[in-house]
Design a protein around this ligand. Structure first.
Ligand code: IMP
Ligand code: MG
Length: 174
C-alpha cells in the first residue's frame, strides 16, 4: 500500500510560484523568453508559472526519457518529442519539476547550448541537492527537499498522483 504525507502544502507552492514568476519576468524584462516545459512532470508547474509571468513568453514542450528505474533516472537521455521552434539566438528557459541526480537537465541544457541558444536558464520547482551526480544547478528554484521520493503537483509514481494539488512524500506501507 502507498500512503502520501503532505510535505509542501498548496498555499506554499502557490507563493513560491508567484515569487519565481516575478523574479523571472524582471530578469528577462522586455526580451522574449521561450519557456520549455519538460513533460510530463513539469506540466502542472509550467501552467501555473507562466500565468505569474509578465512580458513576452512563448510556451513550448519537450518529452525526454531517461531509461531509469521507477524512482531514479539514468544518464542515458533521449529526446522523444522535441520543441517546435528553432532555438538559435533565443532565450531558452527550461522549466522542470525537480532536479534530482541532475542527469536529465545536464543533457538538455547542453543540447540547447549546442543548438546555439542565446541563453539557457533553468527553473525548477523542487531541488534535491543531496542527490546530485552531475554539476547542474537551477537559476531559479522553488523549494529544496531532502532525499525522499515525492509525488503530486505534476510529479508521479508510475504515472500516478500527478493530479494531487500539493506535494507529498510517498510512503510504502504493508
Ligand atoms: P534527474 O535526471 O535525476 O535529475 O531526475 C529528473 C527526473 O526524475 C524528474 O524530471 C522527475 O521526473 C524524476 N524524479 C526525480 N525525483 C523524483 C521524485 O522524488 N518524485 C517523482 N519524480 C522524480
Ligand atoms: Mg520530469
Amino acid at each position: 500500500m502507498e500512503n502520501i504525507k503532505v510535505l509542501i502544502p498548496e498555499n506554499v507552492i502557490k507563493k513560491r510560484v508567484a515569487a519565481l514568476g516575478k523574479s523571472i519576468s524582471e530578469y528577462y524584462a522586455d526580451e522574449r523568453v521561450y519557456a520549455v516545459c519538460i513533460l510530463k512532470g513539469a506540466a502542472v508547474f509550467m501552467t501555473d508559472l507562466v500565468r505569474q509571468m509578465q512580458g513576452d513568453v512563448v510556451m513550448d514542450f519537450m518529452t525526454v526519457s531517461s531509461y531509469g528505474n521507477a524512482t531514479e533516472s539514468s544518464g542515458n537521455i533521449e529526446v522523444k518529442t522535441d520543441v517546435s521552434f528553432d532555438c538559435k539566438d533565443k532565450n531558452v528557459l527550461i522549466v522542470e519539476d525537480i532536479i534530482d541526480t541532475g542527469n536529465t537537465l545536464y543533457y538538455i541544457k547542453d543540447l540547447f547550448e549546442k543548438r546555439g541558444a542565446a541563453s539557457v536558464k533553468i527553473c525548477t520547482l523542487i531541488d534535491k541537492p543531496s542527490r546530485r551526480q552531475k554539476d547542474v544547478n537551477a537559476d531559479w528554484k522553488g523549494i529544496d527537499v531532502p532525499d525522499t521520493f515525492i509525488v503530486g503537483y505534476g510529479l508521479d509514481y508510475a504515472q500516478k498522483y500527478r493530479n494531487i494539488p500539493f506535494i507529498g512524500e510517498l510512503e510504502f506501507t504493508d
